[in-house]
Design a protein around this ligand. Structure first.
Ligand code: CP3
Length: 348
């Protein structure tokens, strides 16, 4: 195993003793950093994802600039549907778009099976290059979207307000939906295994749209497939983090599905979460991302409240409850990291 200069993140994932709480920030490799925007001016988003040197550069930026305790590989969850044959475009200031969304079982059948070592080699190369350049400073996190969240984009074709198309699809064509979820799950499991093989030290599954579903539908269309993926990932002791936004009523079930760490949004108190999962899993989160718009005094107050809500002991990784917003100042992000590094010592 790699020897790290700082392995607080991995120790906290495994609920081992730490001297202070580690912190990283979802979407830390992104537009809030002027250094990211400088790279992005020279290349469009997908070109950056497909150029390992650029992906490695922006992955490491937040480690250098704001001092986070883990890096997350710069990429996107949508490279999987793209590799399965869907034409993807990232539209400036709007977001992702698939021009030919999935609407029928025939569309599902037309998708290609992927071999990540061939079709997504650029991500694996970015992982190995980043590992080399990080040189053991902090661990590297790999990630993928959950099958449900990926299927939502593949069927809607883009972000959505009411998510009508994906709901029509699961209610009117459940067999096609399950067929698609199966295929995405196999692709994601192979992909995450390949990322670990290439050097990722932990992996996070983003179920950004899990909260769109009723409690029973969440189990049927999302959690079941997350569980299948976790059981298929080839790994030694690399932790699996499950971030399912808006579904904190199911923490016990997510723990049972095999997650080592559960990522939480800001609408649940960490103390309540800790009570419901006991010491089965570690918890990651959960500061409201918009707190970073506040002044420093307020940022510190709210950050300390999150530390207090988890309380003493190991098994907490500090993060925001969702991605950092592009118009947050790097100064405030760095201030948060510094506050956590200092204030969390007394909880250990
Ligand atoms: O966390 C990190 O720093 C690693 C990089 C990362 C990106 N996307 C880079 C990105 C990660 C982990 C993701 C995951 C992702 N992508 C999710 C799940 C997490 C979440 O935030 O809920 C989702 C739903 C996507 C799909 C996606 N990609 C959307 C909806 C958008 C447009 C909205 C936006 O934020 O711009 C993207 C584009 C994207 N992915 C950007 C970045 C840095 C911005 C692209 C740019 O530079 O113009």
């Amino acid at each position: 195993m790699t020897k790290f200069q700082n392995d607080l993140f991995l120790r906290a994932c495994k609920r081992q003793h730490v001297e202070r709480t580690p912190i990283w920030i979802m979407r830390q490799a992104g537009r809030f950093l002027p250094e990211y925007r400088a790279v992005r001016e020279k290349a469009d988003f997908l070109t950056m994802c497909k150029t390992p040197e650029l992906a490695a550069e922006v992955t490491i930026q937040p480690v250098d600039i704001i001092g986070v305790d883990a890096a997350i590989i710069f990429s996107d969850i949508l490279v999987i549907p793209e590799a399965m044959g869907m034409k993807l475009e990232m539209i400036e200031s709007k977001g992702p778009k698939f021009y030919d969304p999935i609407r029928t079982v025939d569309d599902v059948n037309k998708l290609k099976d992927i071999d990540p070592t061939k079709n997504l080699k650029f991500v694996l190369d970015a992982v190995s290059l980043t590992k080399k350049e990080l040189n053991g400073r902090v661990p590297l996190i790999g990630f993928a979207g959950s099958p449900w969240t990926l299927m939502t984009y593949m069927v809607e074709g883009s972000g959505s307000k009411n998510f009508s198309e994906i709901k029509k699809f699961i209610y009117n064509q459940p067999t096609a939906a399950h067929k698609l979820l199966e295929r995405i799950s196999d692709a994601v499991a192979d992909y995450l295994s390949a990322k670990i093989e290439a050097g990722a030290n932990a992996v996070q599954i983003f179920d950004t749209w899990g909260g769109l579903l009723s409690q029973t539908d969440f189990e049927e269309f999302s959690l079941r497939y997350i569980q299948k993926i976790i059981s298929q990932i080839k790994r030694k002791d690399e932790p699996v983090i499950v971030f399912a936004k808006g579904v904190h009523y199911k923490l016990d079930k997510i723990a049972e599905a095999g997650a080592d760490v559960i990522g939480l949004d800001w609408t649940i108190d960490l103390n309540a979460a800790r009570k419901s999962v006991g010491d089965k899993v570690a918890l990651q989160g959960n500061l409201d991302p918009t707190v970073l718009y506040a002044n420093k005094k307020k940022i510190k107050e709210e950050a300390v409240k999150v530390l207090e809500s988890f309380g003493k002991g190991s098994g907490h990784i500090f993060n925001l409850g969702h991605g950092i917003l592009p118009d947050v100042t790097p100064e405030n992000a760095k201030y948060l990291v510094d506050v956590i590094k200092e204030e969390s010592k007394k909880f250990h």
